[in-house]
Design a protein around this ligand. Structure first.
Ligand SMILES: [Zn+2]
Length: 435
């Protein structure tokens, strides 16, 4: 059975012209492979050929893909681990879960923010088995949603069942200006139990925004999406100080200040960095809902700090894509309350995006990519030590290639469930699996 056979649910919709060029590229590389050695490659299954009018217009200006593309750079390395993914439930789960492998990833740390949130260990385990059926060779790591119903006893039970971490989201304290200060103290007994049972605390590190109408004349308390992360950092430091043995991950760092805060802490505190924050600044999301996520991308200097941290070889920083799929119509504000929803979908291009970003600073080499995408996260989460992965368990390799003429597909899935991936239609590195 080839990998391609294992992912029958993937429907990557591009326009029909790019299908043709994709096909040409795939065929030429396949025939090249059969000459130069046998590799089993993951091939995307491309279905659907309808192109919208706007795509047809856009197509006219597109340069044709080279028919015999030779990669400019080839990097073969271990499969990646993605320590922050949203795989949703229902139809969306069925659409996005099979794309994990397309992004070069064989281990994912799954966020618990379903509706209702995953707050008990049994539900988390049952969720993992649904995901497992959709991507049989992926390792899924379960988490719980930090909630007042979680007690130290819940944590003891969760540890027995193999729950790896607990994710805290900013609480919904947005109705008055006192909400600028987040108190985590009510959870300290739970944090103590997590520290005792060696369960990781994952923090969405933002303070809730101060409501605009209340903020006039109270500038000292102003919290907006631009400073929400920076305002949160003292809370990170205080939790770490109170629980120095508790492993904490500051999720999706977006600022130079966050990078500094993680570095200031001891070895039990790490930070994940997404692929899209290595590309985006404020200007990108200000007029494009498909670049809008929380925390929002900040200034060019922040992006540079993230890129430097991710490619620095510092084991405190590793990949957590925060890939967060939403239906295209919800991103466009055409469902519900006419507002866009936060989240950027990067799953099928996780490692390709990181390679592209590192390449811009001359860091797209095997060691740097492997450290950030494969090694540091696994080490922090003690994946080997805890027997989550075993030596020789998955011996596959991934092969990254630059310059194959591949473009990010326009959509994945179909109908109202269609999702638009980050950088749709733009150039991307290519990725294939090798058995
Ligand atoms: Zn997230």
């Amino acid at each position: 059975m080839t990998l391609r056979d294992r992912i029958p649910h993937v429907h990557l919709h591009g326009d029909h012209h790019s299908h043709d060029s994709d096909k040409t590229t795939a065929e030429s590389s396949e025939s090249g492979q059969s000459k130069s050695g046998k590799r089993n490659f993951l091939r995307r299954i491309v279905s659907g050929s309808k192109s919208s009018d706007s795509e047809t217009e856009e197509e006219k200006g597109r340069t044709k893909t080279k028919s015999h593309a030779e990669p400019e750079i080839v990097i073969e390395m271990s499969p990646a681990a993605d320590f922050h993914v949203h795989l949703r439930d229902g139809e969306m789960m069925e659409t996005v879960t099979p794309t994990i492998e397309n992004g070069g990833v064989n281990l994912v740390y799954v966020m618990p923010n379903l509706v209702p949130p995953v707050t008990d260990p049994e539900t988390a385990i049952a969720y993992m088995s649904k995901l497992q059926a959709l991507s049989p060779r992926t390792t899924f790591l379960p988490t719980l949603y930090l909630h007042p119903s979680i007690t130290p006893d819940t944590i003891a039970h969760a540890a027995k069942l193999g729950i790896v971490g607990v994710k805290s989201y900013p609480r919904g304290l947005t109705t008055n200006s006192d909400s600028g200060v987040l108190s985590y103290e009510q959870f300290y007994p739970v944090f103590q139990a997590m520290s005792d049972h060696d369960i990781v605390l994952n923090i969405h590190g933002e303070c809730p925004s101060t409501p605009t109408e209340d903020a006039v004349g109270m500038e000292d308390r102003d919290v907006t999406i631009l400073n929400a992360e920076a305002k949160f950092l003292p809370t990170l430091l205080s939790i770490h100080e109170a629980f120095p043995n508790l492993r904490i991950v500051l999720e999706h760092c977006t600022t130079a200040a966050a990078v500094d805060a993680v570095r200031q802490c001891g070895a039990n505190v790490a930070g994940t960095i997404t692929a899209h924050h290595l590309f985006l600044t404020i200007d990108n999301w200000a007029d494009d809902p498909f670049c809008f996520c929380k925390p929002v991308a900040k200034l060019p200097a922040d992006r540079a700090a993230l890129l430097a941290a991710a490619s620095s070889g510092d084991p405190k920083f590793f990949l957590g894509t925060d890939s967060a799929p939403h239906p295209k119509i919800a991103k466009q504000g055409r469902s519900g309350n006419n507002k866009t929803v936060a989240g950027v979908f990067t799953q099928p291009y996780a490692v390709q995006l990181v390679a592209g970003a590192f390449d811009k600073v001359g860091k797209a080499d095997k060691e740097t990519l492997e450290n950030f995408c494969c090694k540091f996260g696994r080490d922090f989460y003690k994946v080997r030590e805890k027997g989550i992965e075993v030596e020789g368990g998955d011996t596959r390799r991934i092969v990254l290639m630059k310059g194959m003429g591949e473009k990010v597909v326009k959509e994945i899935g179909s109908g109202d469930g269609a999702v638009v991936p980050f950088r749709a239609g733009e150039d991307t590195w290519s990725l294939e699996w090798k058995e």
